[in-house]
Design a protein around this ligand. Structure first.
Ligand SMILES: Nc1ncnc2c1ncn2[C@@H]1O[C@H](COP(=O)(O)OP(=O)(O)OP(=O)(O)O)[C@@H](O)[C@H]1O
Ligand SMILES: [Mg+2]
Length: 330
């Protein structure tokens, strides 16, 4: 069972191609664990959010309770719950930039304020700004999870976006590293100048250094959590069709390259073998695709989730899906 496989983990990422069922599986996982007593934070990092739609209640940029008392099995002992959070990239970028602007105003001499503001305006549009802001929020959610939850489940955006995000801590860490090295050089230069009679820059330098170090450490911690298979699980959801399978293989290779271990593959919306000729033939095709997938990716468990008849909306429907997170014959 997928739920059993992921029991030891404190953080789970659910990824895969667009439309394969990432949000549904992430939500069902969260609900499944909450029914077993866990306090779960379900976080959407996809700019096109739909947690709210799925749970049939408003979800926003702060955690809100998604499960009601009736959504969890009574008498399961410890009461668990699911809280939901949709990371809003626009708002995150705004908050991030205004925090940076405040720090800059505090740290930079007056004459630098106008050029610094222009620089920030450009940064708003720069590639990577959204992603690094979202990454900061992912780091924050992981930290919040460690304090107040047993598990954080990330419902991620389609493959490419998520992979870029996961590669970022590395890039940002080395970028901050480079800035710090430059600061060291300029500090030595500053010391020399101060030796000649200056002396006002010391506090600012120290503060800027602290800000950079904090950021670097935060990303380094995130990277450590994400690449630790004992703490973090990664589930790739797919449907047994050529394109999702091609993307799964690509994603698997990239994740492995980033040092992220894939815990399980989920073949979602499997056609039934016993519901008429059309679906039986579809199922045979799916099996063939899955055999090919297994040749490329033999190791992580592959689990089947059947095509369900109803609309997957609301805790009741998600509970049906949670019940079906079972093992695959493939
Ligand atoms: N096992 C299933 N049986 C039937 N329908 C399903 C199943 N899993 C998902 N669906 C349906 O498939 C559609 C896509 O699912 P979902 O929104 O979870 O995919 P996604 O990967 O998160 O998509 P996106 O990439 O757009 O975020 C939804 O309408 C959902 O209700
Ligand atoms: Mg989704």
């Amino acid at each position: 069972m997928l739920l059993d496989l992921l029991t030891p983990h404190r953080v789970v990422f659910v990824g895969g191609k667009g439309g394969v069922g990432k949000t549904s599986v992430a939500a069902a996982l969260a609900l499944g664990r909450a029914r077993a007593g866990a306090r779960v934070l379900l976080v959407s990092t996809d700019p096109a959010h739909n947690l709210g739609h799925l749970w049939d209640r408003p979800v926003g940029d702060r955690p809100v309770r998604l499960t009601g008392p009736g959504d969890l099995t009574p008498g399961a002992g410890r009461a668990g719950h699911v809280d939901g959070l949709e990371i809003d990239p626009e708002r995150t970028v705004e908050q991030h930039l205004s925090a940076v602007a405040a720090t800059m105003r505090r740290l930079l001499p007056e004459r630098m304020h106008a050029p610094a503001a222009r620089h920030l305006e450009l940064a708003r549009q720069a590639p990577g700004t959204h992603e690094s802001a979202v990454l900061e929020r992912i780091a924050e959610a992981v930290e919040l999870g460690a304090e107040a939850y047993d598990l954080v489940v990330f419902d991620t955006a389609p493959s490419g976006h998520t992979l870029r995000l996961l590669a970022l801590p590395e890039q940002l860490a080395s970028w901050t590293e480079a800035l710090l090295v430059n600061r060291d050089r300029s500090e030595r230069f500053g010391d020399a100048v101060r030796g000649l009679g200056g002396g006002r820059e010391t506090d600012r330098d120290a503060e800027l250094r602290r800000v950079l170090l904090r950021r670097r450490d935060r990303f380094a911690r995130l990277r450590e959590v994400v690449t630790d298979p004992a703490r973090t699980g990664f589930v790739i959801v797919l449907t047994a069709e050529p394109l999702p399978i091609a993307e799964t293989t690509e994603m698997y290779e990239k994740l492995t390259g980033l040092g992220v271990e894939v815990t399980a593959l989920v073949a979602n919306r499997r056609s039934p073998a016993d519901a008429g000729d059309l679906l039986a033939r579809r199922r045979d095709r799916e099996d063939e695709h899955l055999v090919r997938l297994r040749r490329r990716i033999p190791d992580p468990p592959l689990l089947d989730v059947p095509l369900l008849p109803g609309d997957l909306v609301g805790a009741e429907a998600l509970a049906v899906l949670a019940d079906r997170l079972g093992p695959s014959p493939a």
